[in-house]
Design a protein. Structure first.
Ligand code: FMN
Length: 244
């Protein structure tokens, strides 16, 4: 699949990593745009079956590129829903850091609420909403941890402060006061001063492999266009139009 973005072609053309997303965002900020114009254009045109790519990852890539070109801020912010053994859903925003034929990658603390829920129940759902284009994408599937090498590669692309922050913060634990966090950050800054910061054992990526993906285009009179891709056992995709 063709790699999206504005970075030079990488050796593995299926990977879209954080480095590319950083370049994309830079490009986006330098490109003049009129998001309102895009919204009306897409609403008028709608989404037609014959224009859909048979491959939902390519379709995602087309829409993601259009969202970047429309100058949408935090274009890679997505809602991530998980549920643990109590079957009660929990949702929060995380950043998409890469996607390709293998799935959608984000990074987090494995001991956080989401980490514990995914440990117990490795199924999750993602949702993107790009108001400027009046588009929503929903993705459901199974999640697995990225390899330690992949997590390490991304961890070291992060700013030093974020690397230290991953050591300092026990994400989702109750804190008595802000100063506890600040003290831990100071401790980690001293501990790793002048040394490479290793990948924390409790930190890394997850990859969600899509089972279904839905593309939603807002249209007038609430008669929106919706198409759902469902992965068949042989790996091909069933595409169905859904009522809005
Ligand atoms: C725009 C935005 C981006 C975020 N990106 C991430 C992220 O990539 N990884 C992450 O762990 N938390 C991210 N967060 C914080 C999460 O929303 C959440 O507070 C945190 O992961 C703890 O969630 P949990 O207690 O459900 O595990 C982001 C929040 C916002 C608003």
């Amino acid at each position: 699949m063709e790699r999206i973005g504005f970075a030079p072609t990488p050796p593995d053309d299926r990977k879209i990593d954080n480095f590319d997303l950083a370049n994309i965002v830079r490009h986006m900020l330098e490109t003049p745009h009129d998001p309102a114009a895009s919204r009306y254009e897409h609403a008028a045109h709608g989404l037609r079956r014959r224009e859909l790519d048979p491959d939902p990852i390519k379709q995602f890539s087309n829409w993601f590129t259009a969202a970047i070109e429309a100058g949408i801020r935090d274009v890679n912010a997505m809602s991530l829903a998980t549920a643990g053994p109590d079957a009660r859903p929990s949702v929060r925003v995380v950043l998409l850091k890469g996607f390709d034929q293998d799935g959608f990658v984000f990074f987090t603390n494995y001991q956080s609420e989401k980490g514990q829920q995914l440990q117990a129940n490795p199924y999750a759902a993602l949702a993107f909403y790009w108001i400027e284009l009046d588009r929503q994408i929903r993705i459901k599937g199974e999640v697995e941890k990225t390899s330690r090498e992949e997590s390490e590669r991304y961890f070291h692309l992060r700013p030093i402060g974020s690397q230290l922050g991953a050591w300092a913060s026990r994400q989702t634990e109750v804190l008595d006061a802000r100063r506890v966090l600040d003290a831990r950050m100071a401790e980690m800054t001293e501990r790793f001063a002048g040394k490479p910061i290793p990948l924390p054992p409790h930190w890394g990526g997850y990859r969600l492999t899509p089972q279904t993906m839905e593309f939603w285009q807002g249209r007038p009179d609430r008669l929106h266009d919706r198409f759902r891709y469902t992965r068949r056992a042989d790996g091909s995709w069933l595409i169905e139009r859904l009522a809005p």
